[in-house]
Design a protein. Sequence first.
Length: 529
Amino acid sequence: MRFSPGFLVPRSLRARLILLILGSVLLTQAATLVTVSYFRHKFLEDVAIGYIVTTIRTLRAAVSEVPAEDRAEFVRTASQNQWRLWSRVLPAEAKLQRFNGRRPPPPPRAAPRPPPPQSSAAQPGDTPRPPPPPEVRGDDHDADGDRGDDHRADARDAADRERAREEHMRRYKPEPDDIRRDLRVLVQLLNERLNDGTRVALSRGPAPEIFISLAPNSASEDVPRLREWLVIPLDRLDPPVATPFIAAWLGGLGLLLLLAVGFSWHITRPITRLADAADRLAAGQPQRVEPSGPHETRALGVRFNAMLDALAESDSVRRTLLSGLPHDLKGPLSRMWLRIELADDSKLKEGLRTDLQDMQHMVDQFIGFVRGTDPAAYRYAPIVLSDWLTERVGAWQGAGTDIHLTAADDDAPLVVQADAVALGRLLDNLIGNALNHGAPPVDVSLRREERHAVLDVADHGPGIVAERRQEALRPFSRLDDARTRTGSVGLGLALAEAIARAHGGSLELRQAESGGLCVRVKLPLSETA
């Protein structure tokens, strides 16, 4: 099974243009954000951090030369009231961060108790002797007191070790995950640049701050919490993404969407008009278009109008030929009729009379086709189809034609806006075609189908195969030899279709239930029906 990209791409040109514009803008913005983020990080690492580190080192060197009582004022003045000096114990919310990529030092071990003094110094080479046993005195209370002092000293040592371990774990507590990524990167870069034993602590909360030690690291673990700290607030490092910025960005995106819709509408509107004009041309109702839009669509509109002009000229020539030829033939035909009547040979007269009748029938077909395909000659008026059809079919029945009418019972009459002469020519052509090329009886039915009146004319002949039904609707199309023998030139069905389309309807060839040909005509009902 092959994947088709049509499931993801819109079908209309207008939607594709909108998708192309929005996709291009979004991709461009994404690339811009990635590029800006990359250069911002490089700037923070190469310029900003370097500047901060240089400032800290310079300020730290200057502070060492300032008296202790003037250092706080010096830091505040030198930093333009942005930094301050912290000379007290490090706050509890400030946690020391890892520095220089090393692990924190191991917890301090409790100092061992000094050995008891001996009465005489040990000489080199002497074998160490075990301490003498305690003297047994008469009073046991003194011995018990010495043992109690030893137990209390051991307890104090264990308590000191526990406090040192807790202090170590509190000071080197792992960094929590609630720190923003940019602050974490800032602390990491400062630790990498300040590689001279400087300690860096970070406080949490709504206004985070960085504590940087001014004195170098020492071996004692208690000194860093009591040394002087340079405090740098980080509230100015908040990302500049706020509700107004997001609202402005969404508003700009919405405006861009409106511009994309307007641009695509401006591009596709002339094409849509041309498509509608082509549909009207196919329906037999040609209409010119106004060239608009870009140069290409304007040129397409101009060429479409030129095509309509060429078709109109060709149709005018065809109408002239079709209408002029029958009129030109009327004079010779009339003289031939006169000479036939003056002839003495009855057998010759009968043959010539038959030929002249066929010629006259052809001329009448030409005249009827020219009149029927000219909508400007129509005179539209409301017609009640049931009454009109009963009258027309009755005239055929009065002439001895085997024809049956079936009209559906409908409370509301079927009223259409039509030209009575053209509509009568349509019905006569369909009934005559059924009698000449099909087989009687002819069944005529009328019914309502939604907002249309449906007229069916069916015969009991052999019908027309589905592959050749469209060909039968073409002018001058002959599907059998019987048309030549009856004087038909292949304009009956073409004329009926032209009349139906001129009335806003349609004509369709189908197979009748009897096996013959069924011609179905649909006409739109009037608004009052």
